[in-house]
Design a protein around this ligand. Structure first.
Ligand code: ZN
Ligand code: ZN
Length: 419
């Protein structure tokens, strides 16, 4: 029996408290950088467990530190924020919360990405470690970050002085619940999640009457040419089989049939698995947009505003080797190799800033039978909602148990003290 198994044999005792907390967090989701109540609950609990707690790091971020003698320092992270989504799960603990978004509009709020589950599972690992100190040694840091959904929360904690309050970790760990069976944990070495950039592009035309197009410069025609050209970047400029995504997610211009408007605004999303491709995609977008504006005799150069940047998540092969071996020991054949995901995370901003190797893995939140049947039928996308869907709802108890176990097993792969 491993030390992790020994600790996890006590999981039953803490499940009810944690599921209450999970439902409480789920009912009371908070938008990015507004995780005040969530951080308060987490901080109180960590303090009760004997952690040294530091709050208000990069806004609502906090850490709990448990020093337990000689040995490595392990940092484990959970994100706390929810999304502006109206919940449609029909669950008894569904959110009916509303909040004001950064644009000043009222919006429904929902934990549609499972960050409430991440918080609960990390607190469970923190509790098991606090209550079984003789079975491990070293230092454990539980980090709860704000605003993952904006891609800026981890960076805010770094800029907010994180390195001044924590000892330097030897390794950083993080996990995300996704559309897999709830008994399954998946990780991989190397690029695991893509880098992402969002770009707001303003194209300048010259407005005029719709009947007299020769007096104006039509930004809708200009925008259309840009969109067509942008869709050739991946197919014509990246080597075949090389991963990249260029999506135009929004095209806004004009409001009346007989008015040629002044501007067009495009919102783009780019994804890649390495810095070179990331740069290549950005450069190609800027080159094409600038050239199309010149071709249209645009009265002003285009404006590029980069928002919501996410780094690539590139797992350390050494950390992967150690933790995935521990996963296999604990989960057997339910510990699997993860397919690279096109999703993105800002988790790695903390370990990258601290110069620390890391592992980020995913685990499932859905009924295994339903999942495997849908996988065989090819109906997975109809049966299992994606993260951010209004119906995204991990099956509470088994998902919590797997996530709590995965975090505990991973942390103890570094900190356990064999009997
Ligand atoms: Zn998300
Ligand atoms: Zn997420």
């Amino acid at each position: 029996m491993t030390v992790a198994d020994e600790l996890l044999a006590n999981l039953d005792k803490i499940v009810p408290w944690h599921l209450d907390l999970y439902q409480d967090l789920h009912r009371n989701p908070e938008l990015s950088f507004h995780e005040v109540r969530t951080a308060g609950l987490v901080g109180d609990r960590l303090a009760d467990l004997g952690y040294e707690v530091h709050t208000g790091i990069g806004g609502t971020g906090l850490v709990g530190i448990l020093r337990n003698g000689e040995g490595p320092t392990v940092l484990a992270r959970a994100d706390m924020d929810a999304l502006p989504v109206r919940e449609a799960t029909g669950l008894p603990y569904a959110s009916t919360a509303v909040a004001t978004d950064p644009g000043g509009r009222e919006t429904p709020v929902m934990h549609a990405c499972g960050h409430d589950m991440h918080v609960t599972c990390l607190l469970a690992a923190a509790e098991l470690l606090a209550e079984h100190r003789p079975r491990w040694s070293g230092t454990f840091i539980a980090l709860f970050q704000p605003a993952e959904e904006l891609g800026t929360g981890a960076r805010a904690m770094v800029d907010g002085g994180l390195a001044d309050v924590i000892p330097k970790p030897d390794v950083a760990l993080g996990q995300h619940v996704m559309g897999l069976p709830y008994d399954t944990v998946a990780s991989r070495p190397g690029a695991a999640l893509s880098a992402a950039d969002s770009i707001r592009i303003t194209l300048h035309g010259r407005g005029t009457h719709g009947s007299m197009p020769h007096y104006g410069i039509d930004p809708i025609l200009l925008g259309s040419a840009v969109v067509m050209r942008l869709n050739a970047i991946v197919s014509r400029e990246l080597p075949p089989g090389h991963f990249g995504v260029v999506t135009v997610g929004s095209f806004q211009a004009g409001s009346k049939s007989n008015v040629i408007p002044e501007t067009t605004t495009l919102l783009l999303n780019l994804r890649s698995y390495d810095d070179r491709t990331r740069r290549q995609l950005r450069d190609a977008v800027e080159r094409i947009v600038t050239a199309e504006c010149e071709a249209s005799d645009s009265p002003a150069p285009p404006d590029f505003e980069y928002t919501d940047p996410f780094p690539v998540t590139r797992n350390s092969p050494d950390v992967y080797e150690k933790v995935s071996a521990a996963f296999t020991e604990h989960f057997g054949d339910k510990a699997v190799l993860m397919e690279p995901s096109t999703g993105s995370e800002d988790f790695s901003d903390v370990p990258s800033a601290l110069g620390v190797p890391y592992l980020f893995w995913i685990w499932g939140g859905f009924d295994p039978d339903t999942y495997h049947r849908a996988e065989a039928d090819g109906t997975l996308s109809k049966v299992i909602p994606g993260n951010h869907a209004s119906t995204f709802a991990p099956v509470m108890e088994p998902t919590f148990r797997t996530g709590a176990a995965a975090m505990t097993v991973a942390v103890l792969s570094y900190l356990s003290r064999p009997a």
